[in-house]
Design a protein around this ligand. Structure first.
Ligand SMILES: C[S@@+](CC[C@H](N)C(=O)[O-])C[C@H]1O[C@@H](n2cnc3c(N)ncnc32)[C@H](O)[C@@H]1O
Length: 274
């Protein structure tokens, strides 16, 4: 397996130009005052995962995040979760993402919300994290590993960023008991870009990387995605990024969820001492 991700492929799939301007235009068109934006105004446009902001709050509480917690958010996208952890939990967050347009737009949104002293955005690969000299209490990763086949390397890399007792907090779509997955997905048009394993296998990989489980919860029913694209507003990040493809993605997403072809897991793990 390759030892780094394919940055060009990732940027082509996820990346879009001028995303901060497009998000602000869409929010303004919906009547929001973009000169006095709040975290909650932005949430539909910057929390790019099933369950939106409530899912982020749920995982943050599950991990017991506190003021001053130093978080490395891997695959943090536009920074919705990172800004929430900073503004609502008092964390200091370093966000790493491979999609350059997300890092640019995310940094602009963070500055607009006055959070630049607590959230930093960097381009980087989850499979080749470069955090030498920095200490983190938590690696946070939310709906970001689905394009990565080498889960062993991914979780070993997370373990390498943490000292004993530090935490890994994750939310991930995983393979359900029913096969096959129906495409397209939010993260892949076909099987060549999607790498899901069942929860038991994922947990075994994470434990083998040097983590002990603290919480492991199936949140598929608690944090459902939309069942129809008509319910997704023009300012939602899913619509801004996926455009017309969203109708079919939403249909297959609902089917995968209802037929248990894909499940959504949240987990918190503690880095073991050796
Ligand atoms: C669905 S978005 C989730 C973004 C964010 N975690 C959130 O919940 O709002 C998936 C993200 O994973 C990022 N990603 C995919 N592969 C990556 C890799 N190898 N390294 C870093 N980021 C990656 C994408 O660029 C994208 O921002």
């Amino acid at each position: 397996m390759p030892t780094t991700s394919d940055a060009r492929k990732t940027n082509t799939y996820w990346g879009r130009d001028a995303l901060d301007a497009r998000i602000l235009d869409a929010l303004a068109a919906a009547g929001k005052d973009v000169n006095a934006l709040t975290i909650d105004d932005l949430a539909p446009a910057d929390q790019f995962h099933s369950g939106g902001k409530p899912a982020t709050l749920r995982l943050a509480r599950l991990a017991g995040l506190k003021p001053g917690t130093r978080v490395l958010d891997v695959g943090g996208g536009l920074g919705g979760p990172a800004r929430t952890l900073a503004s609502e939990f008092g964390c200091r967050v370093t966000l790493v993402d491979l999609t350059e347009s997300y890092v640019r737009a995310g940094a602009a949104l963070t500055a607009r919300l006055g959070l630049a002293d607590r959230v930093t955005h960097r381009v980087g690969d989850a499979l080749a994290l470069d955090v030498e000299g920095q200490a983190f209490d938590v690696v946070w990763t939310q709906n970001s590993g689905m394009n990565i086949g080498d889960k062993e390397r991914l979780y070993a890399g997370f373990a390498g960023c943490l000292g004993p007792g530090a935490l890994l907090a994750l939310q991930e779509p995983m393979a359900g008991p029913v096969e096959p997955v129906v495409y397209p997905l939010m993260w892949a048009r076909d099987a060549s870009m999607s790498f899901l394993r069942v929860p038991e296998e994922m947990r075994a990989v994470i434990e083998a990387a040097g983590f002990r489980p603290r919480a492991w919860e199936d949140v598929t029913l608690e944090l459902p995605g939309p069942s129809a694209a008509s319910a997704i507003p023009a300012y939602a990040i899913q619509r801004i990024v996926m455009g017309d493809a969203l109708e079919e993605i939403t249909r297959s997403g609902a089917r995968n969820r209802e037929e248990r072809r894909i499940v959504m897991m949240q987990g918190v793990f503690e880095r073991s001492s050796a």
